[in-house]
Write a protein that binds this ligand. Structure first.
Ligand SMILES: O=C(O)CCC(=O)C(=O)O
Ligand SMILES: [Fe+2]
Length: 411
């Protein structure tokens, strides 16, 4: 192994590999994390009006319990078992509404509680392909929501965000805001709120669901951005460059924000290195896997380069509306998104109304780089957009074939 560069030796803040990273952490190269006060829930949800509120038992609660660090576990994606036509799922729907060409599909007329295992497998595949899938008017309760999530993978328990007051629901993540706390819009840039959930975990989430149980008549929308589309938008040279990189994802700022709010941290924060481009194990499509919420540093390149590249990718996620879908919730709407291939954010325009939602979060596999995916499967990982163009017989644009040399430009 190459000699480990310590902070003193390298002098320029270059971090090369995991061993170097660990050393750098020991040397406190990365200890300058700002804290993050989470706007997605109120840390001080009181008991006001609880008698009248049917979902008071799901209001935020922060149990004082301590959990061990997570270890790697075996997961198999249900999408592998799905029929690619998804005929069982689609034939049960009154309507299949694609919301944009790139991301987001709404299935109308399905009661999720009635889905067979075959239909759930097809749902996993549809979510993997479309990034996020919506259903309205779903009566399923949180136990049924957890059962479906558990079907997709072993459930994640969040180290810091609230769980419901009702005992036995430690795997549920509560989103809650009401009149008691006015979200401070000036505390955040809208860019930094974009995230994929808990990407600092060794096995971050896969087919995640959020059901809104109480929500405003308008406002409180959620937006998702496609990592496949971001990858596809890049030039071949940029794609190849990013495919060779890894990045550090950190739980520290989130934990520090909780600590500062006087909340108990149930599992110590961790930092994990993941590939910058990951391949979805079922679709085989390449997706950019960095997010403003948790990705701090591209490894093995100068810090200025890491900052510039991450900043570029973060702005594309947040600003390129062609990658995005925006959903307006009604009470009993539920979204299933594939946290491996999309990022998301929410609007905070609904105060003083109450917005209350419950999330169930299955663990996915450890993120796999293009190189690892290709050597494990013997298949070639794909650019989703090129696959679509090929399917439709559309010519691939010059910008996707490689840079032209601009000959004669300066002659
Ligand atoms: O409030 C929302 O719409 C999204 C909250 C969130 O990021 C999550 O539950 O993962
Ligand atoms: Fe989230």
């Amino acid at each position: 192994m190459a000699p480990v560069a310590t902070r003193e030796e390298s002098g320029n803040g270059i971090i090369g590999n995991v061993a170097e990273l660990k050393k750098a952490q020991a040397n406190k190269l990365l200890d300058h994390e700002p804290m993050f006060i989470n706007p997605f829930y109120s840390p001080s949800a009181g008991n006001e009006n609880d008698d009248d509120y049917q979902y008071a038992k799901y209001k935020p609660h922060f149990p004082v319990v301590n959990w061990k660090p997570l270890t790697e576990i075996e997961v198999t994606d249900r999408g592998h078992l799905a029929d690619s036509s998804k005929a069982a799922l689609f034939s049960a729907a009154q309507k299949v509404k694609h919301l944009t060409p790139t991301i987001g599909t709404e299935l109308v007329g399905i009661d999720i509680r009635q889905l067979t295992n075959q239909q759930k497998d097809e749902l996993a595949l549809l979510v993997a392909e479309r990034g996020v899938v919506f259903f309205r008017d779903q009566e399923l309760n949180i136990h049924e929501q957890l059962d479906i999530a558990r079907y997709f993978g072993p459930l994640h328990k969040h180290a810091t965000t609230p769980v419901p007051r009702e005992p036995g629901l430690e795997e549920v993540h509560v989103v809650y805001n009401d009149a008691a706390r006015r979200p401070d819009a000036s505390a955040f840039s809208k860019i930094e709120l974009w995230h994929s959930d808990v990407t600092y975990e060794i096995q971050p989430p896969s087919t995640t669901s959020l059901k809104v149980i109480t929500g405003p008549g308008y406002g409180g929308d959620t937006l998702w951005s496609s990592g496949y589309a971001l990858y596809s938008s890049l030039s071949p040279g940029m794609q190849t460059y990013l495919e060779g990189l890894t990045a550090l994802h950190s739980a520290v700022a989130q934990a520090e924000g909780s600590r500062a709010a006087g909340l108990h941290i149930r599992r110590e924060p961790i930092e994990t290195v993941h590939p910058v481009v990951r391949v979805h194990p079922v679709t085989g499509w390449k997706s950019v896997y960095v997010n403003p919420g948790f990705t701090r540093r591209i490894l093995g390149v100068p810090k200025s380069e890491s900052d510039t590249i991450l900043n570029f990718l973060f702005h594309q996620i947040a600003e390129n509306v062609d990658f995005q879908v925006r959903f307006h919730w009604e009470p009993n709407s539920i979204a299933f998104w594939d946290n491996r291939v999309v990022t998301h954010t929410a609007t905070f325009d609904f105060w003083p109304q109450t917005r209350h939602a419950l999330r169930a979060t299955p663990h996915g596999e450890r993120p796999e780089s293009v190189e690892d995916y290709e050597s494990r499967t013997g298949k070639v990982a794909k650019d989703r957009q090129i696959e679509i163009w090929k399917e439709r017989g559309i010519e691939i644009p010059q910008s996707k074939k490689g840079p032209s040399r601009a000959r004669g430009y300066n002659d």
